[in-house]
Design a protein around this ligand. Structure first.
Ligand code: FMN
Length: 239
């Protein structure tokens, strides 16, 4: 897959936006077609960068991905491509249905999860509606995530760290005290999708639960109600 500089990473988005809209799989993609987007597609607002269209086929079967998945904690320096980052985020929380339903199940379809990704170039908030990124930081925040994660080496080596956070209130409105259970179960669904997608991309990853919540929030300047549940460093395995 193509490797891009940060500038290319952010500028390439518009090129990829049209295809997504055409598939009807994703909601909210910018499109350059003069006929206008389908009814369920919205134009990506200013400041958002559409991600490349996710692929829906793989040379690796689901069974093989499950069998091959192992926690990987040592990575090469090779950065992830824009396509790979797009695919991982889509696997976790991408919209897969014109009604807005996503790749991972959600109690009451309330979707309390919010995803972030930190790379050498910056930190980005994933916007499922539009399959887009919003820039949060234009600098490398991985060293701060490494500190927050008890200086685990996987966080220092990985070219990308996916951060799964949750807004508990979205589920509490309907489920009350039961919401905490549902939100954490849902984070597990999303994380497993990331881990299996990583295998299918010949990447490695490890789900990390040992970190200081407040330090992760500070590292990415997360909103107070975006509570971190998982750090998932991803990269090419160093064998
Ligand atoms: C909730 C949870 C938290 C975890 N936290 C960490 C962690 O902080 N650091 C780490 O290196 N691995 C972490 N792991 C990964 C486990 O160590 C790993 O899954 C286990 O050793 C089994 O190996 P496998 O993933 O290769 O099957 C975590 C796994 C889970 C499910």
């Amino acid at each position: 897959m193509e490797k891009l500089t940060r500038r290319q990473f952010l500028q390439s988005a518009a090129v990829h936006a049209t295809g997504l809209a055409a598939t009807g799989l994703l909601v909210g993609c910018a499109t350059s077609e003069s006929a206008g987007p389908p009814p369920h597609v919205q134009t990506a607002p200013e400041g958002e960068t559409a991600l490349p269209e996710p692929r829906l086929e793989s040379e690796m079967s689901l069974e093989e991905a499950i069998a091959r998945r192992r926690s990987v904690r040592e990575f090469t320096d090779e950065p992830l491509s824009f396509d790979e980052i797009s695919q991982l985020l889509w696997a976790a929380q991408g919209i897969t249905d014109p009604r807005g339903l996503r790749s991972a199940p959600s109690a009451g379809a309330l979707y309390p999860l919010e995803l972030y990704v930190a790379t050498a170039e910056g930190a980005y908030h994933y916007l499922p509606r539009g399959h887009a990124l919003q820039v949060v930081w234009e600098e490398d925040r991985r060293p701060d995530l490494w500190e927050a994660g008890l200086k685990q080496s996987a966080l220092q080596e990985a070219p990308a760290i996916l951060v799964v956070t949750a807004v508990y209130q979205r589920a509490e409105t309907k489920y009350g005290e039961r919401a905490e259970r549902y939100v954490k179960l849902e984070a597990g669904h999303a994380a497993q999708n990331i881990l299996l997608q990583a295998v299918a991309l010949e990447l490695g990853a490890v789900p990390i639960g040992a970190f200081y919540d407040d330090q992760v929030q500070d590292a990415l300047s997360l909103p107070a109600d975006h509570r971190p549940l998982y750090l998932i460093p991803v990269g090419y395995p160093r064998t």
